[in-house]
Design a protein around this ligand. Structure first.
Ligand code: N01
Length: 546
């Protein structure tokens, strides 16, 4: 059984990260009697929701669905105050789960894992931390999230800036008071689009620097009603089961009809209804919006129409209208009053599409040949997604091969769970799994269950090592790309494609074949004897027996 944290340098499992994946892993593996060391670089639990504390941060999956399903009493007891939860409420939930299941005592906070090497002779992982500790473990699990390495672009002069700088993904813990300040926000992805309306209310003046106009849909958020909450709680088990086999891991109203099969008037009616309902429901208005360009164009045109109706200044409205990628192929943004914010007198939109920000100065920045002065600059510039955090740890598998080297042309995984030559190393929601293309809570629970069940499978059968075969991995990598290529997703310069990081290989990283379909594939592999994986005996014992 597990002992006090910090007391063991040889354990069954090392877990990196105490976000939602790490917490559930601790719960499951500890209940099965495994000894653990869990390292978390932050000083609290919650992962993404620990770091992304920027004003306006909110989840765009409904609260009743963006929560754990593993414990019936937990889901019955917990009350979400709003339809779409704000970051502080989600963080409070993570803390509640950590306390309720007594998980905190397993976690070493403010400790980053720096390296992990697979010792082939011993069949164990040697893990090192930034505190200089070395721990040996049979299993090594990266539960580090998909968007956890914040990215500040390398703009000339950045270090000369005398004002305050912030990144949405590394927001300070104490409240930042922007009253009376002139602020710049660089970036108009999900984070920027959520932060801008809130910052605009506080700041004296806000300048938004936009490189790519993004499609944003209104959240139409509301206070949770007892009726809605009750409806879910009365039927939670059945609904959770249903969610698991849906395309996005959540219950949504998906219309199984192609967009061009109905009249233009009917299409407009459907889009208008879904715009009023809020959230990402508009993307489910027809069944081929993310596959067929002409169909997609109809939804994109509708959203541009809404933008032009909302934003009073026609030139600003035009700049805010996305025209260079199909709607939904960059992560759709969900906002509360984003477009309306540009009607405020204290907000200006600056287009930097044609020429990037020239440089940052001591007092502001220069863009389009114009000098701006700011008290604070907010970088809403995104993340080195999916692979960045894995590469921040020097992970080496068989033959001292670095993960980074093996993946030089893009991530190579089997089912987004493991990579060949890295035995007993698991990734929770790794590249090649649906992860960010669905309800993350649903996907991470599935992965934690898969990993725990695999470890139990090995225990029952006396296996020591688990690893995908090269053939299975090659086939899966091809399948992930072929599936993406049947959609419109590769047409956008998105972080899904690695396009936001200079030099990153351009390919679609998540699996877009559907959350439910993916779960079925995983189940089929297990049922057919863990097809595509190979299991080996303990190399140390085998050597001793010779
Ligand atoms: O990051 P992003 P994010 N000069 O990469 C711009 C999740 N999330 O933090 O599009 C100027 O999407 C960049 O421009 P461009 C969600 O999955 C969820 O906003 O590359 N601009 C873009 O506008 C989301 O997708 C929630 O041309 C530069 C922006 O910065 C993911 O996190 C809320 C630049 C980055 O957008 C990441 O979202 C928040 C430069 N040098 C986040 N470099 C919800 O659940 C980058 N940009 C609601």
């Amino acid at each position: 059984m597990s002992q006090d944290k910090g007391s063991q340098n040889s354990v069954d499992v090392v877990i990196v990260g105490a976000g939602f994946s790490g917490l559930y892993l601790i719960h499951r593996l500890r209940n099965e009697g495994y000894s653990l060391r869990v390292f978390e670089r932050g000083d609290g639990v919650g992962g993404t929701w620990y770091w992304n504390r920027y004003p306006g941060a909110r989840c765009d999956v409904e609260s009743m669905q963006y929560s754990y399903s593993f414990d019936e009493q937990l889901q019955q007891d917990w009350h979400w105050p709003e339809k779409f939860s704000a970051q502080p409420d989600i963080l409070e939930y993570a803390n509640h789960v950590a306390d309720r299941f007594d998980l905190r005592k397993e976690i070493e906070f403010e400790t980053a894992v720096t390296a992990a090497n697979f010792d082939e002779a011993a069949g164990r992982w040697r893990v090192e931390t930034d505190k200089g500790e070395k721990v040996s473990a049979r299993f090594f699990i990266m539960a580090t999230g998909c968007i956890s390495t914040a990215q500040i672009p390398d703009i000339a002069g950045l270090s000369s800036y005398q004002g305050n700088t912030y990144h949405t993904g590394k927001w300070p813990h104490e409240k930042v008071d922007f009253t009376g300040q002139r602020i710049a926000v660089i970036g108009t992805g999900s984070s920027g689009i959520q932060a801008i309306p809130v910052l605009a209310e506080e700041a004296a003046h806000l300048t938004v620097f936009q490189r790519t106009a993004n499609y944003s849909l209104p959240a139409q958020n509301m206070t949770m009603t007892p009726e809605y909450e009750g409806e879910w709680k009365d039927d939670y088990r059945a609904r959770r089961m249903e969610m698991r086999y849906t395309p996005q891991g959540s219950l949504k109203d998906l219309n199984d009809e192609p967009a061009l099969a109905v009249s233009e008037d009917r299409r407009r009616e459907v889009y208008t209804e879904r715009w009023a309902t809020g959230g990402a429901t508009l993307l489910g208005a027809f069944n081929n919006l993310l596959i067929d360009q002409e169909s997609n164009d109809t939804a994109a045109a509708f959203v541009r129409q809404q933008i032009r109706k909302t934003v009073k200044d026609p030139a600003t409205a035009e700049l805010l209208c996305p025209k260079d990628h199909p709607i939904g192929t960059k992560r759709i943004c969900i906002d509360s009053g984003y477009y309306q914010t540009f009607n405020r007198d204290n907000v200006e939109l600056v287009d930097i599409k044609k020429s990037p920000i020239e440089r940052i100065t001591a007092t502001g920045l220069i863009a389009n040949g114009r000098a701006f002065e700011f008290d604070s600059i907010v970088f809403a510039t995104g993340f080195d997604a999916m692979t960045g955090t894995l590469f921040n740890v020097d992970i080496r598998g068989r033959g001292d091969q670095a993960l980074k080297d093996k993946w030089y042309a893009g991530p190579r995984t089997y089912l987004g769970l493991m990579s060949e030559a890295f035995p007993n190393m698991f990734m929770i929601t790794g590249p090649g799994s649906p992860s960010v293309k669905g309800n993350m809570l649903n996907s991470l629970e599935q992965h934690v269950d898969f990993v725990t069940d695999s470890i139990l499978h090995m225990r029952e059968r006396g296996f020591a090592l688990m690893e995908p075969t090269r053939e299975a991995e090659d086939d899966w990598v091809d399948h992930v790309q072929e599936t993406a290529n049947r959609t419109l997703f590769p047409r956008a310069n998105s972080w899904y494609m690695g396009a936001n990081i200079p030099g990153k290989p351009r390919l679609f990283m998540p699996y877009i074949g559907g959350v439910g379909r993916y779960r079925q594939i995983c189940e089929e592999k297990v049922e057919s004897g863990y097809e595509g994986f190979r299991f080996d005996a303990d190399p140390a014992q085998a050597a001793a027996a010779e």
